[in-house]
Each structure stands twice: as structure tokens, then as C-alpha cells.
Design a protein around this ligand. Structure first.
Ligand SMILES: N[C@@H]1[C@@H](O)[C@H](O)[C@@H](COP(=O)(O)O)O[C@@H]1O
Length: 242
């Protein structure tokens, strides 16, 4: 595990964006695994900036997103498809047909999960997977549990995640209770992983995930076992790493 600490959130984002853009430069049709949440916003902003300066070309890039809420249409302003369009895809020269997010409206969620895993395989697997981390150690929407979940699957969100994500919704009742997420196996199959962690609130979980025991009670801890992980943190999140 490579751990890089940057002074500010902006510097952290620049570092993560550097890894993603280097990947695209080295392999124009890279498959990027992308994440949502507040953490990656600045990373996408940086990529858009470099695109506008002509430094990075998305025309052949393919993307697979980690997760999507069950029951939200792509045009719902809190769906992860909407987030990706707003925060990245609408601002760069990516072909939208090459961007993939699980379908939160699928009638048969099970079939959708299988379709999504097959899709990732058919693209040749993920070259770089960008991850954020939830306050309880979740990655994607893999919540703490007794076992590491395998492929893409449907999950019941925990109360703490619903509460954390309620900041994006008008009322807590509006937060979906379920999501479709890549599983730990899907995530671990990525050739390279970049985990971004910022803010004082994530201090404790950063320490547990990076230096604590590998356990499904802290899903991000499994990343300690991946051969090519880079963790980028701002100083606020790195405060307990020693
Ligand atoms: N499903 C997403 C995760 O992919 C994300 O990493 C996490 C942390 O979000 P934030 O970056 O806003 O703290 O929240 C959500 O639940």
C-alpha cells in the first residue's frame, strides 16, 4: 500500500487526478472505476480543468461506477448517474455510451447485478478503481458485515449511511434504503486502486482501514491485501496515521 499525504483537500485531489490522467495517457481506452460522494468532486474538477487545457483526452475512455441507489431514475438529482453527468461526463469529451452505472430502476435487481459484473468482465476488467470511504469503513456501498460480499449485489443501507447521505436529500425519509453496489470481489479485481480520504471526520476510520485488522466489519480494510493500492489523504484525515 502506498500512502501519500497532501497538505490540503485540493492537493489531495490533484494527486488522485494525476494517477487517473496518467492511466488515460498510457492507455487511451482505459476502464476507469469511478466513485461518487463529496470526496471525488475535486478530483473530477481537476480532470475537467486538464481536459479544458488539452492535457487529457476522454474520447476512448470507458467507465464503470461503483454503485447506484435502488429506485432512483437516472434523471433524479440524487442518483449517481446524475452526479456523474453533472460532475464529470457533461464537461469532457467522453462518449456517454461508454459510461456505465448500475440501473437503480431494474425490475429484477438480481439480474441487473449479474449483468453489471459480466459487463465489467466484457470490458476487460477495471484498470484503475477510484474509491472514497464511508464513515463506517464502507467502500461503494459494501457496509460492515460478517462476511466480505463477493460480486455486484443489492444491499440494505445501514442507518449511519442513510444518516450521512441524508445531507444530500431534502428529508431523511427520501434517502433510498437500498442500493446496487459492486462487491468486494469486483472491487478487488481492479488492476489498480486509488483510495481518497479527506477531512478530520475520517481520521479514525482512515487509521482503522489502513492499519487495523483486515475484517469485513471494516470493509475498506480488505484493500490492505490488494497488490496495487495508492491511498491519498489530506493532512486532516491523516492525523492519526503517525
Ligand atoms: N456510496 C458512496 C461511497 O462510494 C462513498 O465513498 C461514501 C463516502 O462519501 P463522501 O465522500 O461524501 O464522504 O459515500 C457513499 O455512500
Amino acid at each position: 500500500m502506498k500512502i501519500i499525504v497532501e497538505k490540503t483537500y485540493e492537493r489531495m485531489c490533484r494527486m488522485a487526478a494525476n494517477i487517473l490522467s496518467a492511466q488515460i495517457i498510457l492507455k487511451a481506452d482505459s476502464v476507469l472505476g469511478l466513485a461518487t460522494g463529496s470526496t471525488p468532486c475535486g478530483i473530477y474538477k481537476q480532470l475537467i480543468d486538464w481536459y479544458n487545457k488539452g492535457d487529457v483526452d476522454f474520447s476512448k475512455v470507458r467507465t464503470v461506477n461503483l454503485d447506484e441507489y435502488v429506485g432512483l431514475a437516472p434523471e433524479h438529482d440524487q442518483s449517481y448517474r446524475y452526479y456523474m453527468d453533472q460532475n464529470l461526463f457533461d464537461h469532457v469529451n467522453i462518449d456517454k455510451a461508454n459510461t456505465h452505472v448500475p440501473n437503480g430502476l431494474a425490475k429484477d435487481a438480481q439480474a441487473e447485478c449479474l449483468r453489471y459484473d459480466k459487463l465489467i468482465q466484457s470490458l476487460g476488467g477495471t484498470d484503475v478503481q477510484l474509491l472514497g470511504i464511508g464513515l463506517n469503513g464502507h467502500i461503494g456501498f459494501n457496509e460492515p458485515s460478517d462476511v466480505f460480499d463477493t460480486g455486484t449485489h443489492c444491499v440494505d443501507l445501514t442507518e449511519s449511511t442513510i444518516e450521512a447521505n441524508s445531507r444530500f436529500f431534502e428529508r431523511e425519509e427520501d434517502v433510498p434504503r437500498q442500493a446496487i453496489t459492486m462487491g468486494i470481489k469486483t472491487i478487488m479485481q481492479a488492476k489498480k486502486i486509488v483510495l481518497a480520504i479527506n477531512g478530520e471526520k475520517k481520521r479514525e476510520i482512515a487509521k482503522n482501514a489502513l492499519y487495523g485488522p483486515v475484517t469485513p466489519l471494516c470493509p475498506a480494510s480488505v484493500l490492505q491485501l490488494h497488490p496495487d493500492v495508492t491511498v491519498v489523504l489530506d493532512e486532516a484525515a491523516a492525523g492519526l496515521l503517525g
